[in-house]
Design a protein around this ligand. Structure first.
Ligand SMILES: [Mn+2]
Length: 367
């Protein structure tokens, strides 16, 4: 039997913090198209079951047309069974009545409701705040079955009282007969041992949408042999675009133009493709008088990538020692700032602007 474990598709995302309205719309269509492609992959590989582990939609109230398209896609593929648990982003049901759901779309109306699929049992529950721990009393698995459990939330060893996240108490899921705990919520693929019998796995999201979702995203392709319950899983990188954060050391650069050149060199030797999201983090120590124009640097790359931004992590290297005994205005200023009880980063900014002012330079815009 072949299955796909996916989740965190986040259809109908805002995406406007980084992208223009038009691009955000385009990207939202891409999120949908990638999901369609996942279903096409399932057809091609003769997958029988698709597990969707929450956050199918980014919102409690997704656009009608998307809900319609989703159900149409499900109905068009009656040979595939779709199982779905809701996540923290799509906590509410996006259907009007359970009777109207497609026959091959399965939801868990009561905690840990079970569906039998030959020797395979698929069970799941919605993680809604504190309820999961109580709901665990309803988890009763037949150890002669291959047991897949679907949940959405943060797997923890001990429950944190002050956490606002949906927490999955891992220790209480051990030795319950679980073979594969299919999880959603963490946007990166991760797979671990649960107990002597089973494993737990986050499939990650299907597409990166922001800089907290770097690298390869995709889904888990599962092949299960029902005669001996052996399982082979494989993470399948998917999605149209990838998100990268790349550090570029600009320490020896004395101008913005040199920084651009340095970034170009780094990008040429990277895996980044034109269609990707890129954040270049410039790092290194710079002397105070270096000309550094972030918007100039950024604009040099705007047309080369789907999205490009610069994050400035450079430090102005102030040679404190050199000013230690200097009886000059500069010496006095450096010593004064050095003694201030403020964050190093703030000191650094003050020193830079001060040194620039003392050399008669015009001050760049400061926040
Ligand atoms: Mn989530």
């Amino acid at each position: 039997m072949k299955l796909i474990h996916c989740g965190d598709i986040h259809l109908d995302s805002q995406l406007t913090t980084k992208l223009s309205k038009e691009k955000a719309q385009e990207r939202n269509r891409e999120l949908w198209m990638t999901f369609e492609e996942l279903v096409a992959f399932a057809v091609q590989e003769q997958v029988q079951v698709i597990l969707i582990c929450g956050d199918l939609f980014d919102t409690d109230c997704p656009a009608n047309y998307l809900v319609q398209e989703f159900f149409e896609l499900v109905e068009e593929h009656s040979q595939i069974s779709f199982f779905y648990v809701r996540g923290n982003h799509d906590r509410k049901k996006f259907w009007k009545s359970e009777e109207a759901l497609p026959d091959n779309f399965y939801v868990f109306k009561t905690p840990f409701q079970q569906y039998k699929y030959g020797k395979v049992t698929i069970t799941g529950a919605q993680c809604e705040g504190e309820s999961l721990e109580e709901d665990l009393q309803y988890l009763q698995l037949d150890e002669n079955q291959y047991n897949i459990v679907m949940l959405h939330g943060m797997a923890v060893n001990t429950l944190q009282q002050d956490s606002t996240e949906d927490q999955i108490p891992l220790l209480k899921l051990q030795n319950q007969g679980i073979d594969y705990l299919a999880l959603g919520h963490i946007h990166t693929y991760e797979k671990y041992v649960l107990d002597q019998r089973g494993c737990y796995c986050y499939c990650g999201c299907l597409e990166g949408r922001g800089f907290d979702e770097c690298g390869e995203k995709g889904f888990v392709y599962m092949e299960l042999w029902e005669d001996d319950f052996s399982l082979r899983t494989q993470f399948v990188p998917f999605g149209k675009r990838r998100v990268y954060v790349i550090d570029v050391d600009v320490e020896q650069c004395v101008s913005s133009m040199q920084m651009v050149r340095r970034i170009e060199e780094t990008m040429e030797n990277s895996m980044v493709r034109e269609k990707d999201y890129v954040r270049v983090r410039i790092v290194g120590d710079l002397p105070a008088e270096v000309e550094k124009n972030l918007s100039y640097i950024e604009s040099a790359f705007w047309d080369s990538y789907y999205y490009f931004e610069i994050e400035d992590k450079t430090q102005y290297a102030i040679p404190y020692d050199a000013y230690q005994n200097q009886k000059t205005l500069r010496g006095e200023f450096v010593r004064l700032v050095e003694e201030l009880e403020i964050a190093e980063e703030e000191k650094n900014q003050i020193l830079r602007f001060g040194m620039l002012a003392l050399s008669g330079e015009e001050l760049p815009e400061c926040n």
